[in-house]
Design a protein around this ligand. Structure first.
Ligand code: FES
Ligand code: FES
Length: 127
């Protein structure tokens, strides 16, 4: 299967690979797995007191499309509010990266990772 140029670019030069200290209260961690293939994605967001995502990092054990999807979303969410980041759809990721149908679940993994990280943040900051 041919990967699109954007997938190859993100795969070869992934943005924001790494991890933050998960005990830092401003860090939200989302860890998700794809049942279809067993790939795992960890996405972390650094969220300031105004609810703005200041930074993001990821580690993905998976295919090129999953790595490209996570790399892309770390760029997209920076500067966004939590509410805006929650609106990000896997279809936008798939479209940007020109993912073929069999790779759509890789972009769903990235959307799920954002949602999981935001859920973690809300849990940490509840009450
Ligand atoms: Fe996920 Fe290939 S099926 S890495
Ligand atoms: Fe399963 Fe890409 S995440 S093949």
């Amino acid at each position: 299967m041919a990967y699109s140029e954007k997938v190859i670019d993100h795969y070869e030069n992934p943005r924001n690979v790494g991890a933050f200290d998960k005990n830092d209260p401003s860090i939200a961690t989302g860890m998700v797995g794809a049942p279809a293939c067993g790939d795992v994605m960890k996405l972390q967001l650094k969220i300031n007191d105004d609810g703005i995502i200041e930074d993001a990092k990821f580690k993905t054990y998976g295919c090129g499309s999953a790595i490209a999807s996570s790399s892309l979303v770390t760029e997209w969410v920076k500067g966004k509010s939590i509410a805006e980041a929650e609106q990000l759809k896997n279809t936008q990721i798939a479209e940007e990266l020109a993912l073929p149908p069999v790779k759509i679940h890789c972009s769903i993994l990235a959307e799920d990772a954002i949602k999981a990280a935001i859920a973690d943040y809300k849990k940490k900051h509840a009450g």
